[in-house]
Design a protein around this ligand. Structure first.
Ligand code: ADP
Ligand code: GN1
Ligand code: MG
Length: 348
């Protein structure tokens, strides 16, 4: 789906409804695939992030209820978290975080360490969130088996007649169906516990301090809900070890960087002391699995006619799918090294 455009008048009306009447500019911001995000500058000199929550995907009230509980809990412990300034369904206003920024691609292995530290701290901070259980924002969000079911349904319907253009990608997925169930099965067996997780730990969802490079704020909390710690780590591997953009067309540039993986493991394990044996044993695998899962989701959306992710051109989702599958292959080729890194860092 391409981004909907909003006029300045429309945005100003939304902001006025939230009590912000001194708007100087409201411009599209960031590169998220789901919500409509704007940076708002005011004549007071302070800025905000205005977002229209994607109502095709989320129930805004449920999302905001989880976010309120999560951010208040983190702040009560002295941590930093997003500050909701106003909410007028489906729009919300956040305080603009200054002195830090997000990047879509990291260029130094030390950034992987710092990002992983921040996401591990986030999981740590939420481990003792009081009952009740957070709402399941999107059920089975990272369940690779149900994602395969959605791919099969989209392929069967083939509403845009695109199936013939992605046979190689479909074949790549098909030969990996069996391993796709591994973590789902370990969770069902009780070997891997449910934890409160972020579920969208891509690198541009953590703000890196302009001066120190530390991961300061974990943002994009829409999918924070009960989940599996491994999926958070896996999505860090997908996005922090990637040598190229998620939509790079030149696949020779797309691979997973081993030294970044090592720093990611160090940054995560230095803080995530709660992991059990089964989680540790599947840490390296989780990178391959979540990358395959996101590849499956891009392919499904391509077949379904681009209804879920924001896209900028006709085969954008197919291009994204190809980078994901290339990343999976790269991680598979380095699997022995990646497993050895985890064992060495974990002291096994
Ligand atoms: P999406 O769900 O569409 O990915 P995000 O919440 O991640 O939306 O926001 C998109 C981008 O906007 C982020 O990657 C980040 O660069 C920027 N952003 C979001 N919230 C803030 C904030 N409170 N302060 C500064 N920048 C922000
Ligand atoms: C979406 O919102 P954003 O752009 O941070 C998606 C993630 C995918 C990611 C792929 C709610 O994340 O699950 O991993 O795109 N978010 C949702 O880049 O589906
Ligand atoms: Mg985001």
């Amino acid at each position: 789906m391409s981004n909907r455009t909003y006029t300045q008048d429309e945005l100003k009306a939304v902001l006025a409804g939230m009590g912000v009447t001194d708007v100087v500019a409201a411009e599209r911001y960031g590169s998220g695939h789901i919500n409509d995000t704007f940076k708002v500058d005011t004549s007071r000199g302070i800025s905000f992030i205005l977002q229209r929550i994607n109502t095709d995907i989320f129930d805004p009230d449920t999302v905001m209820s989880n976010i309120t509980r999560v951010t208040e809990h983190i702040r009560a412990k002295g941590g930093k978290s997003l500050e909701v300034v106003a909410y007028a369904k489906p729009w919300r206003l956040y305080a603009f975080i200054t002195g830090a920024r997000t990047v879509d691609l990291i260029t130094e292995a030390s950034q992987a360490y710092k990002a992983a530290n921040a996401f591990a701290n986030f999981q740590n901070a939420l481990a003792d969130l009081p009952a009740p259980r957070l709402a399941d924002i999107i059920p089975n969000f990272h369940n690779t088996v149900s994602r395969l079911g959605q791919l099969d349904a989209a392929l069967k319907a083939d509403v845009k007649g695109r199936a013939a253009t992605c046979r190689a990608e479909l074949d790549f997925v098909d030969v990996r169906r069996e391993e796709a169930a591994r973590i789902v099965n370990l969770m069902a067996a009780g070997d891997i516990p449910e934890r409160i997780t972020h579920n969208d730990t891509k690198i541009n969802n953590v703000m890196l301090d302009d001066v120190t490079g530390e991961g300061t704020y974990v943002i994009d909390l829409d999918t924070t809900m009960p989940g599996c710690a491994l999926y958070d780590f896996g999505d860090m591997v997908r996005t922090s070890t990637a040598n190229a953009a998620e939509d790079e067309k030149d696949l020779s540039k797309v691979f997973s960087r081993k030294e970044y993986f090592e720093q990611l493991v160090r940054g995560y394990l230095d803080k995530a002391k709660f992991l059990n044996e089964a989680e540790l044993a599947n840490l390296a695998f989780s990178g391959r699995l979540i990358t395959l899962t996101i590849g499956i989701r891009f392919l499904t959306d391509y077949l379904a006619g681009d209804t879920y992710f924001h896209t900028a051109y006709a085969d954008h989702n197919l291009v994204r799918c190809r980078t994901q599958l290339k990343m999976v292959k790269s991680m598979e080729d380095q699997a022995a090294d990646y497993e050895a890194i985890v064992r060495a860092v974990a002291g096994k």
